[in-house]
Design a protein around this ligand. Structure first.
Ligand SMILES: Cc1cc2nc3c(=O)[nH]c(=O)nc-3n(C[C@H](O)[C@H](O)[C@H](O)COP(=O)(O)OP(=O)(O)OC[C@H]3O[C@@H](n4cnc5c(N)ncnc54)[C@H](O)[C@@H]3O)c2cc1C
Length: 246
């Protein structure tokens, strides 16, 4: 069924720094609608002269939370919208949004196949919505997150992810740090490759459902790698955030 989504004025309820370049924003929505984990909102900025800029931001929070959503935005140095969102918006401000949008890159807790989530950088945001939804719904399907960051300090949601492992939630988390690793680092220390995909995906079995999100180059190389290790393309859903993957 086709949905017509209207723009609405969301209020910024809370701003939470996640890393040096990443902040989460809680938006209160007058026309809140339950979303599906993986969906996004569009944000529209309008300048005084009428010039408008619009960008998409994935929902980070779980659908179970009513009346509000979290988005998590990485500040791109010369970016038009992400710099405004980071440098200008404070609690109490209002911003035009439209959503929830998207029907393909979504996961529901009722899908009980094993789940493999693969993220690069801020690509973890929609996957975090899935992880939070899985926890809120008490889903018991085996699930793994393979998460590639540049440095240890760039890992988004690190303490919440740590807490989920300690809570014995059935979620396994594999980090890879591609640029630098702290002393004693036990995770992976290279870009995601076929042998890493094999190690992470194999224990989840043949019916695994995979969601890959991040910069374009990472998404394409991971999707190709997954097919090469025998996962059918109809088990793989992808979402690309950036134009080049820089
Ligand atoms: C469905 C969808 C969901 C998204 N969800 C999120 C999210 O949850 N969090 C988030 O931070 N972003 C997300 N994005 C990316 C977001 O929409 C913007 O593209 C990003 O914030 C940059 O916008 P900007 O106006 O700041 O930069 P722009 O002014 O558009 O671009 C400035 C420069 O940065 C480059 N650039 C643009 N985007 C990226 C990028 N993502 N990585 C590296 N370089 C880039 C451009 O090529 C250009 O050189 C999502 C994109 C899509 C399509």
């Amino acid at each position: 069924m086709k949905q017509t989504l209207n723009w609405q004025l969301a209020s910024i309820k809370n701003v939470k720094p996640e890393t040096a370049n990443v902040k989460s924003f809680t938006l209160t929505l007058p026309a809140w609608m339950r979303h599906r984990a993986g969906q996004h909102y569009d944000i529209r900025l309008t300048a005084e002269d009428g010039y408008q800029a619009q960008r998409s931001y994935s929902i980070a929070s779980e659908p179970e939370r009513e009346g509000e959503v979290d988005i998590t935005v990485e500040r791109i140095g010369d970016g038009e919208v992400s710099t405004y969102v980071h440098d200008v918006l404070v609690p109490g401000d209002r911003i035009e949004v439209r959503g929830p949008i998207g029907g393909y890159f979504v996961w529901e807790a009722s899908m009980d196949e094993p789940l493999l989530l693969i993220a690069g950088g801020s690509g973890v945001v929609p996957l975090m919505s899935m992880i939070r939804h899985r926890a809120a719904a008490g889903a018991k399907n085996p699930a793994s997150l393979l998460y590639s960051s540049r440095n240890f300090e760039d890992i988004i949601y690190s303490s919440e992810l740590e807490a989920l492992i300690n809570a014995n939630s059935g979620l396994q988390i594999f980090h890879t740090l591609t640029r630098s690793q702290p002393p004693g680092w036990k995770g992976y220390a290279r870009r995601i490759d076929q042998s890493m995909l094999t190690e992470v995906a194999q224990p989840l079995g043949r019916s695994v459902q995979v969601y890959v999100c991040g910069p374009t180059l990472l998404v394409e190389s991971v999707a190709n790698g997954l097919v090469k290790i025998g996962i059918s393309s109809n088990q793989i859903r992808t979402e690309r955030f950036g134009p080049t993957g820089g």
